[in-house]
Design a protein around this ligand. Structure first.
Ligand SMILES: CC(C)(COP(=O)(O)OP(=O)(O)OC[C@H]1O[C@@H](n2cnc3c(N)ncnc32)[C@H](O)[C@@H]1OP(=O)(O)O)[C@@H](O)C(=O)NCCC(=O)NCCS
Length: 110
C-alpha cells in the first residue's frame, strides 16, 4: 500500500496497492484499499485521492470502480510496454463520495 504525492494545501494524495501474485483474489486488495481510504479521509483529512493505472489493467480498474472511484481522464500513450504504447487511466475519489458510501461510520469533514 502506498500514499504519495501528498498535497497538504489542496488536501489530495495519490494512492496505490500491489498484492503478491499468490495472494490475489482473496479479498486483500479490496480490504486494504478500504483501510487506506479510511486513513486518507479520516486521519489525513484529504479531500480527494487519485491514482493512475494502465489501460490494460482491467482487474485493477474493476476494483477501483467498486470502491467508488470515478474515471476522470487518461494520459495518451504514456506507457511503453510489450512493444507498444498504452494509455494511462486517471481515477479519483472525492471525500464527499466516500462519505456518502460510509455515512454511518465516518466523521464529518473539517
Ligand atoms: C489489482 C489488485 C491490487 C487486486 O487485489 P486482489 O487482492 O486480487 O483483489 P480482491 O481479491 O480484493 O478483489 C477485489 C475486486 O477486484 C476485482 N478483481 C480482482 N481480481 C480479479 C480478476 N482476476 N478478474 C476480475 N476481477 C478481479 C473484482 O472486482 C474484485 O471484486 P469481487 O471479488 O467482489 O468481484 C491485484 O490484482 C494486484 O496487485 N495486481 C497487480 C498490481 C496492480 O495492478 N496494482 C495496481 C496498479 S495501479
Amino acid at each position: 500500500m502506498r500514499i504519495d504525492e501528498i498535497d497538504s494545501v489542496n488536501r489530495t494524495a495519490r494512492v496505490g496497492l500491489d498484492v503478491t501474485v499468490e495472494n490475489r483474489r482473496q479479498g486483500y486488495g479490496k480490504r486494504c484499499f478500504g483501510l487506506l481510504l479510511r486513513y486518507c479521509f479520516e486521519e489525513l483529512n484529504l479531500n480527494m485521492v487519485w491514482l493512475l493505472t494502465a489501460s490494460f489493467n482491467e482487474v485493477a480498474q474493476r476494483l477501483y470502480r467498486s470502491l467508488g472511484f470515478q474515471h476522470t481522464g487518461y494520459l495518451p500513450q504514456m506507457l511503453f510496454r510489450g512493444g507498444e504504447y498504452h494509455n494511462v487511466e486517471h481515477f479519483a475519489l472525492l471525500r464527499s463520495g466516500w462519505m456518502t458510501q460510509h455515512k454511518n461510520t465516518a466523521p464529518e469533514g473539517v
